[in-house]
Design a protein around this ligand. Structure first.
Ligand SMILES: C[S@@+](CC[C@H](N)C(=O)[O-])C[C@H]1O[C@@H](n2cnc3c(N)ncnc32)[C@H](O)[C@@H]1O
Length: 130
């Protein structure tokens, strides 16, 4: 089950693509009803439309990460996992700490697919405390 502001043109068989704003508190209930229960994994590559104003872009990114974490807390089974894309910035340590409060095992990693020089990182959080 996926959520995005944009419509997914050809979702793969078995996938449910909900067009909605993740900041809308009603979305979690819709996802849970489609899933029929709690999730084993929540992934997020949410990103705001960039304005080029660094402080504003960073604040909007942080808002989406906080929202994704809050969403996962209502959605995950105890022991479950979450993977989140983020960009290195001033709030990085604070963001990682917020994941450590809810998961027993939190790693930060890069993928080979990221562009060389990109500040793109992934938080891989396991052992959701529930
Ligand atoms: C980096 S793109 C990833 C898109 C898609 N997952 C993919 O791999 O092609 C970031 C996505 O975040 C979505 N997004 C940004 N803010 C959102 C919000 N408040 N609620 C839902 N989706 C949002 C955008 O519409 C955009 O599609």
């Amino acid at each position: 089950v996926g959520v995005d502001l944009a419509r997914v043109k050809n979702p793969p068989a078995g996938a449910i693509a909900i067009v909605a704003d993740i900041l809308d508190p009603a979305v979690a209930a819709r996802v849970q009803s489609e899933l029929g229960g709690r999730a084993d994994l929540v992934t997020s590559d949410l990103a705001p439309k960039l304005t080029g104003i660094a402080a504003r872009d960073e604040a909007r990114s942080r808002e989406l990460i906080d929202c994704a974490l809050g969403f996962a807390i209502t959605m995950l089974k105890p022991g479950a996992a979450m993977v989140v894309k983020l960009f290195m910035g001033a709030q990085f340590k604070d963001i990682v700490d917020s994941f450590k409060r809810h998961f027993g095992n939190v790693e930060v990693t890069r993928t080979k697919a990221s562009r060389p020089g990109s500040s793109e990182l992934y938080i891989v959080a396991r052992e959701f405390r529930g």
